[in-house]
Write a protein that binds this ligand. Sequence first.
Ligand SMILES: *[C@@H]1O[C@H](CO)[C@@H](O)[C@H](O)[C@H]1NC(C)=O
Ligand SMILES: *[C@@H]1O[C@H](CO)[C@@H](O)[C@H](O)[C@H]1NC(C)=O
Ligand SMILES: *[C@@H]1O[C@H](CO)[C@@H](O)[C@H](O)[C@H]1NC(C)=O
Ligand SMILES: *[C@@H]1O[C@H](CO)[C@@H](O)[C@H](O)[C@H]1NC(C)=O
Ligand SMILES: *[C@@H]1O[C@H](CO)[C@@H](O)[C@H](O)[C@H]1NC(C)=O
Ligand SMILES: *[C@@H]1O[C@H](CO)[C@@H](O)[C@H](O)[C@H]1NC(C)=O
Ligand SMILES: *[C@@H]1O[C@H](CO)[C@@H](O)[C@H](O)[C@H]1NC(C)=O
Ligand SMILES: *[C@@H]1O[C@H](CO)[C@@H](O)[C@H](O)[C@H]1NC(C)=O
Ligand SMILES: *[C@@H]1O[C@H](CO)[C@@H](O)[C@H](O)[C@H]1NC(C)=O
Ligand SMILES: *[C@@H]1O[C@H](CO)[C@@H](O)[C@H](O)[C@H]1NC(C)=O
Length: 684
Amino acid sequence: MGLCGICLRLVVVVEMLLLMAANAAPPPPQLAQAKPGCPTTCGGLQIVYPFGTKRGCYLNKAFLITCNYTYYPPKPFLRQSTTVVVTNISLEEGRLQVQSLVSKDCYHKNGTKRESTVTSLTLGELTFSDTQNKFTVIGCDSYGRITGEIGSKHYSKGCISECNYKDDATDGDCSGSGCCQIDIPKGLNGIEVSASSFNNHSNVWQFNPCTYAFVIEDSQFRFGSSNLSNTSESVPTAIDWSITGQGNCDKAKNNASYACNKNALRYQPPANNSADGYLCKCDHSYHGNPYLPNGCQDFDECDKGNHTCVKQAHCINTPGNYTCECFKGYKGDGRKEGQGCIPNQLQATQIVIGVSLGFVMLLVGSSLFFFMFKKRRLIKLKEKFFQQNGGFLLQQQLSKRTGASDTAKIFSEEELKKATNNFDEKRIIGRGGYGTVYKGFLTDNNPVAIKKSKIVDQSQIEQFINEVTVLSQINHRNVVKLLGCCLETEVPLLVYEYVTNGTLFDHIHNKDEKPTIPWETRLRIAAETAGVLSYLHSSAATPIIHRDVKSTNILLDDDFTAKVSDFGASKLVPIDEAQLSTMVQGTLGYLDPEYLHTSQLTEKSDVYSFGVVVVELMTGKKVLSFDRPEEERSMVMYFLFSLNAGRLFEILDNGIVNDDNREQTREVGELARRCLRVKGEERP
Ligand SMILES: *[C@@H]1O[C@H](CO)[C@@H](O)[C@H](O)[C@H]1NC(C)=O
Ligand SMILES: *[C@@H]1O[C@H](CO)[C@@H](O)[C@H](O)[C@H]1NC(C)=O
Ligand SMILES: *[C@@H]1O[C@H](CO)[C@@H](O)[C@H](O)[C@H]1NC(C)=O
Ligand SMILES: *[C@@H]1O[C@H](CO)[C@@H](O)[C@H](O)[C@H]1NC(C)=O
Ligand SMILES: *[C@@H]1O[C@H](CO)[C@@H](O)[C@H](O)[C@H]1NC(C)=O
Ligand SMILES: *[C@@H]1O[C@H](CO)[C@@H](O)[C@H](O)[C@H]1NC(C)=O
Ligand SMILES: *[C@@H]1O[C@H](CO)[C@@H](O)[C@H](O)[C@H]1NC(C)=O
Ligand SMILES: *[C@@H]1O[C@H](CO)[C@@H](O)[C@H](O)[C@H]1NC(C)=O
Ligand SMILES: *[C@@H]1O[C@H](CO)[C@@H](O)[C@H](O)[C@H]1NC(C)=O
Ligand SMILES: *[C@@H]1O[C@H](CO)[C@@H](O)[C@H](O)[C@H]1NC(C)=O
C-alpha cells in the first residue's frame, strides 16, 4: 500500500485541528454604511450613503464617487473627475476630504519655462469649505490667482509672495515671504487656480525654481522652507456637502424626497459648513447612517454602559430608550436620578414564617452538630481534589504574577454550584467529547459558561495548570475569555465568558432556524479566526497550537463577532521547538492528514483545519456526511475537486455570490486550497 493509501485510510480514521495564520487584523463590527447591495469600499475609502459608486447607490448625482478599478488599489474620484481623489467622508459635519492637484509654474536655469499647469475644479452642488481651506501660494518670485463663481457672480483674488534669499522664508510663517495665504469666500463651487512668476525665477532659481498655488485644508498645512524647492503634487482640500434642492430644513420637511429616514432628525449643518441644504442625524439613543432606510439602529445603552441603572437593577434595552428593572426582592424606579431600588418590606406573613422558621432552625441546629464531623471529612476531600488538580501549583503561579486581577480567578465549588443551580440539567448548553458546558450566573448576575471537563489524567495536571495560566492571559477580542477555574471538585471546572449567539456550526447548518449569514460576515468570521490563530502561533508569549479548530468551536456573539473557544486539546510549544511529537488528537473531518500520518504537530495543522472551516463557510455543507453521494461525502475532497474542475460557483452556499464578490470568492477558494495542501510547509 503506497503513501496515498495510508493517507486515505488515515483521513477516514480521524482528522484534526485547524488553524491558520493570515495577518488580517479583525475589523471592528460596523453598522451598514453603504446602501445595501452596493460596494462598501473603494480602495481605502469607506463608502457611506448618500455617497455611492454606482447608479442606484447614491442619493443623486452630487454624491457620485467614481471608483476606477484600473488602479490597484482602486481609486475613488470625486464625481466624474479623473484627478481629484476622495480620502474621507464625514457624515456628522457634512464634509469630504479630497486630494486636489497643485498648479505650478516652473523654469529652467536659463530662464525658459519648463512646465506650467492651471487646475480647475467644478463641484456642482458641493462647495469649497470657506472655514477649513486657505488659498496658498508658495515661491520667491511668485503670484497666484484664484477665480471662480459664487452663484452667478464672478470672483477673483490673488496673492503675492517674494523673497531674495532662502533664509527670508520662516517655517510656519505664511505672510508673503516665501509663502502667502488668503481666505476663500463662502459658497465657492467652482475654481480655477493659476501660478505665475514675475521674473522667470531667475534670481532665486537655485532654491526656488517653481511657483505653486493651491487650495489646502489649513489644519493639514504648515509652511516649511523645503516647500520652496519641492511641493507635493496634490494637497488635501475640504469640501462641504448637504442635501440641497429642497431648500433648508423647514421647507424640506414633508417633501417625499426628504432624505432623512426613520428615527433620524434633519438639522442645519454646523456654522462652519457652507453648504446650503440640510443634514440628517440619528435621533437620540439611535446610531448608524441616518440617510439609509432603517439606517438608524437602536443604541444598546445597557451593553455599552451608557445607562444610569443603580446596582440593584437590571438594565433592559428598549427601542429608543432603556429601563432599569429592580432585582427580585427590590422595588422602585431603578434609575439613579429616580429613587433607586429599595428592599421590599417584610410582609406580616413573612414575619410569621420567619419566626417559626427560626424556631425550627434551633432544633435543627442541634442535629447539625452531629453532622459537623461528617462535613469535616467533606472539607478534607475537597482539599485532596484541590491538591490533586494542581491547585497549589496554580495558586503559586498566579501569585507570582503582579496585576493578578487580570488573570484567572480560582472559584470555589459553592460559587459554581450556586451559579448553575446545582448543575441543573436545564442549564446544559453543550456536550461533547471534552465534557459538559453549563450556563451559569455569578453573584453579580453576569452570565458565564462553565465547563466540566473529563480529563483526570494525573500526568496531564501540570500541563493543564500551565494552560490555564497562559489562557487566562490571552487577551484577544476573538478568543473566549477564561475567567477562572475551580479545582475543589474531582474534575477541574473552567469558567468562561458567556457568548450569546451559539456556534458557527449552528448558524451554518441549522438554516431553518437562523437566517443565512451574508458573505461579508462569513469573510469577517474567517479573518477573525485567522487572526486568532496567527496570534496564538506567533504573538502569544509562548506559541500555542489550538489543535481543535472547527465550526463548533467558533462561537458568535450578537454582532457575529467570532470567539474561538475550547483550548482543551491545545499545546504550548516551547520556543526552541518548531514541532512536537504527540498522540494524534482532533476531530474527524478537520484533522491534518500530515499530522495524522507523522504525529508531528506543527502550527500548520491548525492551518489545515482552518482551511476546512473556510470550506464550510463557503459551501454551507457539513464537512463529512454519509447521506451524500459517495463522491461528496468528504466536502473537502469534493471542494478541491470542484475547484480544480473550475466549478467552484456551483457548490457555494445559496445566495452568497453576486456580481460584486465573484472575484473575492474565487480568491478565498484559492486560499482555502492552499490551507488544505497535504504538505504542511506549503500551507500559508
Ligand atoms: C480609469 O483610469 C484610467 C487611467 O487613468 C483611464 O484610462 C480610464 O478611463 C478610467 N476609467 C474610468 C471609468 O474613469
Ligand atoms: C476622517 O475624518 C474624521 C474627522 O472628520 C476622522 O476622525 C477620521 O479619522 C478620518 N478618517 C480617515 C480614514 O482619515
Ligand atoms: C534652456 O535649458 C533647457 C534645458 O536645460 C533647454 O532644453 C532649452 O533649450 C534651453 N533654452 C535656451 C533658450 O537656451
Ligand atoms: C524672462 O522674463 C523677462 C521678463 O522679466 C522676459 O522679458 C524674458 O523674455 C524672460 N526670459 C525668457 C527666457 O523667457
Ligand atoms: C511642506 O514641507 C513640509 C516639511 O517642512 C512637508 O511636511 C509638507 O508636506 C510640505 N507641504 C507640501 C504641500 O508639500
Ligand atoms: C519632492 O517631495 C516628494 C515627496 O513629497 C518626494 O517624493 C520627491 O522625491 C521630492 N523631490 C525632490 C526633487 O526633492
Ligand atoms: C420636493 O423636492 C423636490 C426636489 O427634490 C422639489 O422639486 C419639489 O418642489 C419639493 N416639493 C415641495 C412640496 O417642496
Ligand atoms: C464645525 O463646527 C462644529 C459645531 O459648530 C464643531 O463641533 C466642529 O468641531 C467644527 N469643525 C471644525 C473642523 O472646525
Ligand atoms: C454614551 O456615552 C458616551 C460617554 O460615556 C457619550 O459620549 C455618548 O454620546 C453616549 N451615547 C448615547 C447614545 O447616549
Ligand atoms: C427614557 O425613559 C425615561 C423614563 O423611563 C424618561 O425619563 C426619558 O426621558 C426617556 N428618554 C428618552 C430619550 O426618551
